[in-house]
Design a protein around this ligand. Structure first.
Ligand SMILES: CC(=O)SCCNC(=O)CCNC(=O)[C@H](O)C(C)(C)COP(=O)(O)OP(=O)(O)OC[C@H]1O[C@@H](n2cnc3c(N)ncnc32)[C@H](O)[C@@H]1OP(=O)(O)O
Ligand SMILES: [Zn+2]
Length: 162
């Protein structure tokens, strides 16, 4: 891969799902049935993005929009963007692709959905992802003990969007 590769970001379509699932399996231990991906595509397709290099999908971010209690103001009901899964193929990392995907989705959460917060869970050992989220303005709110199937803890990280 050369250093002047062109990265293109666009919303996912149903034709992308097989590639997205393959990247998810390659990059993360948390996997989901086909129905999960298709349901998110139909309900929250505006915040399900893929990144392409040379017409091949190399990364994705899957997001869902939720209404519920604010993570910052107890008792307040808000719209929240939930970053469910993000991954970039190993050979394409550290080129800003995840930053591009996530900042695009965060902007759509604000402007299209009028969400006021975004949040996610991440393994406490996943330093690259934690650093990425901190760079985007997410902060660690708390630890969720035993969140993952293998027993690892998660950090709950969140960001105010307005
Ligand atoms: C909610 C969830 O999905 S949590 C799980 C997140 N996904 C995964 O862990 C899957 C496996 N990992 C990956 O796919 C990738 O490493 C990702 C998605 C975490 C990051 O993707 P990338 O495209 O490489 O991120 P990007 O290039 O935008 O990095 C932005 C910043 O994040 C930080 N960062 C990214 N990777 C690393 C790393 N390996 N070590 C330290 N910091 C890192 C850096 O600050 C980086 O900025 P810099 O390159 O200028 O120093
Ligand atoms: Zn989650």
């Amino acid at each position: 891969m050369n250093s002047d590769m062109r990265i293109k970001i666009r919303p996912a379509t149903d034709k992308d799902i097989d590639y997205v699932i393959a990247i998810n399996i390659e990059c993360l231990p948390e996997h989901y049935p086909l129905s999960f991906w298709l349901e998110h595509l139909s309900k929250y397709g505006d915040v399900f993005y893929v990144a392409e290099v040379d017409d091949k999908i190399v990364g994705y971010v899957l997001t869902r929009v939720e209404e519920g209690e604010s993570l910052f103001h107890i008792g307040k009901k808000v719209k929240k963007g939930h970053i469910v899964s993000v991954a970039v193929r190993e050979n394409y990392r550290r080129r800003g692709i995840a930053t591009y995907l996530l900042s695009t989705v965060l902007s759509i959460l604000v402007h299209l959905y009028e969400a006021s917060e975004a949040y996610l869970e991440v393994r406490v050992s996943n330093v690259p992802a934690i650093k990425l989220y901190e760079k985007l303005g997410f902060e660690i709110l708390r630890k969720i003990e035993g969140y993952y199937l293998d027993g690892e803890d998660a950090y709950l990280m969140a960001k105010r969007l307005k």
